[in-house]
Design a protein around this ligand. Sequence first.
Ligand code: HPA
Length: 276
Amino acid sequence: MTDVHAADPFAQAEASAATLKRLAGAPDFDAAVVLGSGWLAAADAIGAAELEVPLADLGGFELPTTEGHAPAVRYIKHGNHRILLFLGRVHMYEGYAPHTVVHGVRTAIAAGCRTVVLTNAAGGVNPAYAVGQPVLISDHLNLTGRSPLSGPIPAGYPSRFTDLTEAYSRRLRDLARRHDPALTEGVYAMLPGPHYETPAEIRMLRTAGADLVGMSTALETIAARHLGAEVLAISLVTNPAAGLSEQPLDHREVLDAARASAARIGELLAALLPQM
Ligand code: HPA
């Protein structure tokens, strides 16, 4: 498995953050948003870019290859609030180790971000969910069997034994619901993918308490909580999970559903970010 950061992923994140601050001419940043599959359409609604930096210029990043993800980060200003918007992410299913998957989140936090907003496309395991519905993540099941905190943690960083009791900030979920009282919340199960689940796996996930299923987010949340950042995560339900509809699952369907709703969700994020 590729892991370019195995030597010292934390030092690599510090180096990427220093380069990002220099290129942006900013002393630090306040919040970071990571856009999931198909969420690119939300980017423009979140705000006008001061600058867009290719991830390749920051060092330490592997570049997203999945359709619906772009290899760049935008710097957006809301008043004197400085926001980083990652237009894509890499996944374990691209062959990357957890340290690589969380490099963007660690870079953002090293650059000063105290708030991390993670977005994704997810299958609806809860039969009450409709395609196109945004759902706040209240908790997760990390079913990858991996952690971004395995391996050495350099001196000066918090303990690897990170408390995940309230991994997804109640304060930020309440703030989101003040803007949109119709927002529901649910438990997100992260699987490594890239294949979709079997109907039997979805029945197992439902029994285990999952409402949503996807292939991202949980590892980034663990990395962000380890470094003390507050996390808000939002899934966009792009399809009923396997076995809950007659339709076979298809990445194109996932992207189309995400694009159709992303602009509306971008507006929610634009309203929320200055208050975080
Ligand atoms: N399963 C896993 N990941 C997903 C799905 C799904 O049904 N939809 C979007 N991402």
